[in-house]
Design a binder for this molecule. Structure first.
Ligand code: NAD
Length: 709
């Protein structure tokens, strides 16, 4: 190749806006003026001819965009990576460009047909030839970048485009001589902006405004210090001049109608590359398999959204669609991300949604030993509430004690069998092995459709039918409670002090007395106010029958705490006859175990309140084991704690007056979650009413909803 800077251009003989493949073309179909386009193209050609050599390719009828030669391919040295156009409208250009390159002595590299790449429009060489900036997101695919690195022996830095108006990298980014970069940050995602900032020092970054960007100021050709472009504001011209550039503005408005300007109309044919030690790309890829009701559960679309959110890209390798409503579908996706780190984030989120990661060489989970008590190896896999299996030595083992936010510890039992258990980080011991990364892990995920449908009933809402809807859901809960009781299952109640303040205490006591509750979890306050109500008839000093504060009532709870402390425990106070009724009285009388977890807000505390939080969490976990249903009654703190400890498959009923709390708990991806937005006292009263109704023979029952709460 000649040393003189050389460009390839294509006369606009057949140029027009014939179709719409970018936002600039919208409303401009057949609206470009042919003579003006010729004139403007000639203007650019003349400018460039004075600064560099310009070769021409003959235009072809039916390929109006061939005028944008930047998209012919990417040339480095004697090699050209030919474009694979994303839109069929431009694919007809490919053979013409290929023929031209071959006739002019270039070695032509062609990407696999499924990988789109739009040449120098999306791949811009750093002007010192140190690396290649490569765009993706709209036209070129991330998957093309490893090919560029390998074939052109150059480091590739992947930049993700996020603004449709700037669909090619050269519409919003222009590397200039002396290490300068002219760019519009709004066109890139955060990661890409950070990458630009890491590679280009602040004094070399020429950031342009949106106003300049939409006049295609970045779509510029830098011919050895002379920047040729459509139009730039006086501020931008001044900035470029202060950096030592000469600016030539040559109007190209007719081409803007198709989404291109100076840079798009040219392809540099002799790029200089600095010798590279090792050509690298950070792009990482893996194949994953998703199985399940992919379409109707939205799992596939969620996975695709997630890949996009992390700046990744995907290709469908295989898709087997389930043919009937019951049958499952399987899709194999090749997922790519700009870095290994972002790929791991994508994969770990996909595994949490039920994907299986398929390593070509290794299906097994990766294990690393614990080296410090209570500290997991870096990169440990974080567990979810969903049943999980882990593949070790080619065999899949179910993970025991599934819970959220744990790690998977693997050990051999005395018989030499592999056991995988969900553990908290703090419980890890030196020597045991922990799963790291996401390979070999599979979660059985609850379809999202059902998660979305996890019902949320509003009693306080303005809808006329809401009261009736709460009655219906309470009817259903009562029926299930009754079923659990009859089959001697387990219902655990988590409750906050609001239960007592709202007058729900007597109803909860009834549920315990009648055998509907097998364990009670709470904090100091629910016990304090329940006992206060029994001793003084007040809750937080408020008379529970009249609803008004009692003189000196604010001291009641402290007096009760003190008295129970004197007895040594709630049980001893009940046995001594000091406590004669209420929630905790019924727990003691009916041997329903309870755990009270301490908190910083607690007065006293009661002797039964466990102030060692690790011990309290263990008590909760023990009592939750084997639960069929958990009733979470107006305690955000304890309910969220319990939610994290509970595996999927346990029915959660969350009752709170605050919809945000209900949503947070019901949104755990569990089919079994039901949120009820209502007053907890009212809920409990309705629940007891419904349970008692179920005691009446069917033919003698009043119609549901005829009793108002
Ligand atoms: N005197 C004490 O020792 C004392 C007093 C209060 C709280 N605490 C402690 O503080 C911690 C947190 O207490 P918490 O669970 O009460 O608070 P929390 O903030 O975690 O939860 C209270 C929940 O009740 C909901 N709520 C309020 N009114 C309601 C109604 N009428 N019907 C339904 N839901 C309603 C709120 O929206 C909230 O989500 C606990 O450990 C508790 O023991 C101690």
């Amino acid at each position: 190749m000649a040393d003189q800077t050389t460009y390839l251009m294509c006369p606009p003989d057949f140029y027009d806006v014939d179709y719409v493949i970018n936002p600039w073309m919208e409303g401009n179909v057949h609206r470009s003026c042919k003579s003006l386009a010729q004139e403007q193209w000639q203007g650019l050609y003349q400018v460039l001819s004075q600064l560099a050599a310009v070769k021409l390719i003959s235009p072809v009828p039916g390929s109006p965009d061939m005028v944008f030669t930047a998209n012919a391919g990417l040339v480095l040295g004697n090699t050209v990576v030919l474009s694979r156009f994303y839109h069929p409208e431009r694919q007809g250009e490919e053979p013409h460009f290929q023929a031209w390159f071959e006739q002019h002595g270039f070695g032509v590299k062609k990407l696999p047909p499924e990988i789109a790449f739009e040449g120098a429009g999306d791949a811009l060489l750093d002007r010192a030839g140190r690396w290649l900036w490569a765009g993706y997101g709209f036209r070129s695919m991330l998957e093309s970048h490893p090919y560029l690195a390998k074939w052109l022996e150059i480091e590739v830095l992947s930049l993700r485009l996020v603004d449709e108006r700037f669909y090619h990298l050269d519409t919003c980014f222009c590397p200039l001589s002396q290490g300068y970069v002219l760019y519009y940050p709004g066109a890139f995602d955060t990661y890409s902006n950070r990458l630009i900032e890491m590679r280009v020092p602040p004094e070399k970054r020429i950031v342009i405004t949106e106003a300049d960007a939409i006049h295609f100021a970045c779509n510029a050709v830098d011919v050895n210090g002379t920047v040729v472009l459509n139009r730039a504001s006086s501020e931008l011209v001044a900035r470029l001049e202060s950096c030592g550039f000469q600016v030539i503005q040559t109007p190209l408005t007719e081409f803007l109608k198709a989404g291109g300007a100076a840079k798009c109309l040219t392809l540099r044919l002799n790029e200089t590359v600095a010798p590279q030690e090792t050509p690298v790309t950070r792009v990482a890829s893996r194949t994953i398999t998703l199985t399940g009701h992919l379409v109707d559960s939205n799992l596939l679309s969620d996975a695709v959204d997630l890949i996009g959110e992390y700046g990744g890209s995907f290709q469908i390798v295989r898709f087997a669609l389930g043919e009937t409503r019951q049958s499952t579908s399987t899709v194999e996706l090749s997922v790519s991300a700009p870095t290994e780190e972002s790929l791991l984030k994508i994969l770990s989120d996909l595994v949490d949604r039920g994907a299986q990661i398929k390593e070509t060489t290794d299906l097994n989970a990766h294990l690393e030993p614990v080296r410090q008590p209570g500290v997991a190896p870096d990169d440990f896999y974080v567990t979810t509430i969903y049943p999980t299996t882990v593949c070790i030595e080619g065999v899949c083992y179910p993970v025991q004690n599934q819970r959220m936010d744990g790690v998977i510890a693997v050990r051999r039992d005395p018989q030499g069998q592999i056991v995988a258990t969900c553990k908290l980080i703090r419980d890890l011991v030196v020597g045991e092995e922990v799963v790291v990364g996401v390979a070999g892990i599979r979660t059985l995920h609850q379809p999202n459709k059902e998660k979305r449908e996890a019902q949320e009933f509003s009693f306080m809402g303005s809808g006329v039918s809401s009261e009736r809807r709460v009655e219906l859901v309470v009817e259903q809960i009562a029926w299930e409670l009754r079923q659990i009781k009859e089959r001697q299952g387990k219902t655990v109640v988590v409750a906050g002090p609001v239960v007592i303040h709202t007058g729900g205490g007597s109803h909860l006591a009834t549920l315990i007395r009648e055998g509907y509750v097998q364990a009670l979890l709470g904090g100091n306050a629910i016990a304090v106010h329940d006992l206060e109500q029994n001793v003084f008839g007040t809750s937080l000093g408020v008379d529970m029958r009249r609803g008004n504060p009692v003189k000196g009532g604010h001291k009641h709870h402290l007096k009760v705490i003190n008295a129970i402390r004197g007895y040594g425990s709630i049980q001893k106070a009940v046995e001594a006859g000091f406590i004669t009724g209420g929630v905790f009285y019924e727990c003691i009388r009916h041997q329903v175990p309870f755990a009270l977890a301490g908190s910083i807000r607690d007065d006293g505390p009661l002797p039964d309140t466990e102030m060692n939080l690790i011990k309290a969490q263990e008590d909760y976990t023990r009592l939750l084991k084997g639960a069929d249903m958990i009733l979470m009654l107006s305690s955000m703190l304890h309910s969220i704690g319990v939610g994290n400890m509970t595996p999927a498959g346990v029915k959660l009923i969350c009752v709170d007056i605050n919809p945000a709390v209900v949503t947070k708990l019901a949104d755990r991806g569990s089919l079994e979650s039901v949120g009820v937005v209502t007053d907890v006292g009212l809920f409990l009263s309705l629940l007891v009413q419904q349970l008692h109704r179920l005691d009446i023979p069917y033919h003698a029952r009043p119609m549901a909803g005829t009793t108002s709460p």
